[in-house]
Design a binder for this molecule. Structure first.
Ligand SMILES: NC(=O)C1=CN([C@@H]2O[C@H](COP(=O)(O)OP(=O)(O)OC[C@H]3O[C@@H](n4cnc5c(N)ncnc54)[C@H](O)[C@@H]3O)[C@@H](O)[C@H]2O)[C@@H](O)CC1
Ligand SMILES: Nc1ncnc2c1ncn2[C@@H]1O[C@H](COP(=O)(O)OP(=O)(O)O)[C@@H](O)[C@H]1O
Ligand SMILES: [K+]
Length: 502
């Protein structure tokens, strides 16, 4: 961002003019969110850099709009432009304080302490001020990012403002989408200030991009509408290898997720003793019983199964490590493969990178952070954030890596990363991941049958899963989204997004 900004200034855009433009846009958003006189007293936190400069311009406009404005400016020295704005705002009679206390009873706080220029941990009186403010209950709007967060990693440097709204300027800052920033960011919005595309490309062009998954992108890749002239095998044939006597439910949940994907044919391979249960629960799947180990895991696939007849294979939900033989068999096959849970644990034991480097076909790994660390032990660089780690994992293995967390990130072998910015903690519940594995695999099988690109369907699956959970949580609260319910909402939620329902 600072390199892009530098190009605008070098091209002749005056720094002060850009600050004015950006801050006017922030001001408009602040008064739309908190109109006068519903809100009367606004406290503005002003730092020494241009984040503070933005905040002072906003403070000036709020003053003229009739709000009572109080300023907290803990550091009197700062950048020249920020200092000039400070002088003018003070000349208007707005009161400046170097202590936070006078601002504590404001109706709203606007945070312009630090933006992307934060270069070391916040400590001392400023840290104490932020902590005092965080203990209060009034809403906080942060300019660019909550002061104290690292722009890229989202790490808290010392302490950080807990915002209700973050008005991110110009381009999305990666830190806002990292799990460790979630408790600080609140609702994030982008404030556009017309950065020329050529300048963005000049700076980011040869780097690997990071994208947000949007509804538009996710829907565009759904295998919809179906052609009139089709039949079940043309709409994908998925083999899901899952379950054990110990984890029967995982197999069912994977099956329910696959069923919701609309896949043409679903075959589920489970240990023999699970066959009656699965057949009863999932009338629309073809259930295949497999020879089982003494512990009730799949010992191997029956001879009747010909892997080459399936478009894609999902393997791992509820398998246990006793089912490791079957994981090895599917890894050696030439079929597109989705590995989850014990499929991933088995892969880690076999050696993640050498094993995957042998594979030619598409592979998707869907680890949660614990499984991810087993698959890809952290390297020396302990500061590496999970978004960068997911990119490295995908580049090293050639697999697509879906790191499941509060804000799931998908790494692709070309270095691009897609982050799902909207989800709900209602998903923090056993079985949510099994449903997602089934859903992703069913979509992938359909893409393969249709001969459309497979990779984007991983984004679609993550988005669909999260939207179903959001919709289920609205209907039933965050406590009401068990995995079976989630799979039912997968079936219900799409028509809200696709106008025609097909
Ligand atoms: N120049 C402009 O007109 C524009 C400004 N923008 C704003 O400018 C911000 C970036 O401005 P700056 O580069 O000035 O950076 P910041 O305003 O984020 O802060 C940098 C200042 O804080 C000091 N500092 C850093 N860490 C500190 C710490 N831990 N304790 C105490 N002081 C510390 C630095 O010495 C420097 O003076 C963006 O976040 C954004 O808000 C952008 O919106 C784009 C347009
Ligand atoms: N706090 C959260 N916010 C949003 N999604 C979450 C949160 N916690 C977990 N999830 C999602 O729930 C799912 C959990 O999957 P996983 O850990 O594999 O569980 P299980 O194996 O029990 O199904 C993932 O899709 C993950 O992204
Ligand atoms: K800020």
């Amino acid at each position: 961002m600072s390199a892009i900004e530098g190009r605008l200034f070098a091209a002749g855009m005056p720094v002060a003019a850009l600050m004015e433009k950006v801050a006017q846009a922030i001001f408009k958003r602040v008064i739309a969110l908190y109109p006068h006189p519903r809100v009367r007293r606004i406290g503005v936190l002003v730092g020494p850099g241009h984040n503070g400069g933005d905040a002072l311009v906003v403070a000036r406009e709020l003053h003229f709009a009739g709000y009572e404005v109080l300023i907290y400016r803990p550091l009197s020295k700062g950048k020249e432009l920020t200092g000039q704005h400070g002088e003018y705002v003070a000349s208007l009679g707005v009161k400046f304080h170097d202590q936070i206390e006078p601002l504590l009873d404001c109706d709203l706080i606007v945070d312009g302490l630090f933006g992307f220029g934060l270069e070391r941990s916040i400590s001392g009186e400023i840290a104490e001020g932020i902590n005092r403010l965080n203990a209060q209950s009034q809403p906080v709007i942060s300019i660019d990012l909550p002061s104290g967060l690292h722009t890229d990693t989202g790490a808290v440097l010392g302490t950080a403002i807990q915002a209700n709204h973050t008005l991110c300027l110009g381009l999305w800052k990666l830190g806002l989408f990292q799990d460790q920033a979630l408790a600080y960011v609140g609702k994030a919005e982008l404030i556009d200030f017309d950065i020329p595309l050529a300048d963005i490309q000049a700076v980011l062009g040869d780097r690997h991009p990071i994208h947000r998954i949007t509804s538009t992108v996710a829907i565009a890749h759904l295998p919809l509408p179906r052609p009139q002239l089709t039949h079940k095998y043309k709409e994908g044939h998925l083999l899901a290898i899952c379950g054990s006597q110990r984890y029967m439910g995982a197999a069912l949940l994977c099956g329910l997720g696959a069923k919701a994907s609309g896949v043409g044919m679903l075959t589920i391979a489970v240990p023999n003793s699970l066959k009656p249960y699965m057949s009863q629960q999932l009338a629309d799947a073809l259930v295949v019983g497999c020879p089982e180990t003494a512990s009730g895991a799949i010992a191997h696939l029956p001879d009747s199964i010909d892997l080459s007849s399936f478009g894609a294979i999902a393997c791992g939900c509820g398998l246990t490590l006793d089912g490791m033989g079957v994981v090895q068999a599917v890894l050696e096959s030439d079929r597109p493969l989705i590995l989850d849970a014990d499929g991933l644990n088995a892969l880690a034991q076999l050696g993640t990178i050498p094993t995957l480097c042998q594979r030619q076909a598409f592979t998707l790994l869907t680890p949660h952070p614990g499984e991810f660390k087993r698959l890809f032990p952290p390297d020396q660089d302990e500061s590496e954030d999970l978004v960068r780690a997911v990119r490295r994992a995908s580049e090293q293995t050639g697999a697509v890596v879906m790191l499941k967390q509060a804000r799931t990130a998908i790494g692709y072998p070309d270095g691009s990363v897609w982050i799902n910015p909207e989800s709900t903690p209602a998903l923090a519940r056993g079985g949510s991941g099994d449903v997602l594995t089934g859903l992703s695999s069913g979509l992938i099988a359909q893409a393969i049958a249709r001969k459309i690109p497979v990779e984007p369907l991983v984004q679609t699956a993550v988005w669909w899963h999260a939207q179903a959970a959001i919709s289920a949580a609205l209907a039933r609260t965050e406590l009401g989204v068990d995995a079976v319910t989630l799979s039912e909402f997968l079936l219900q939620v799409l028509p809200q997004f696709t106008r025609s329902g097909n």
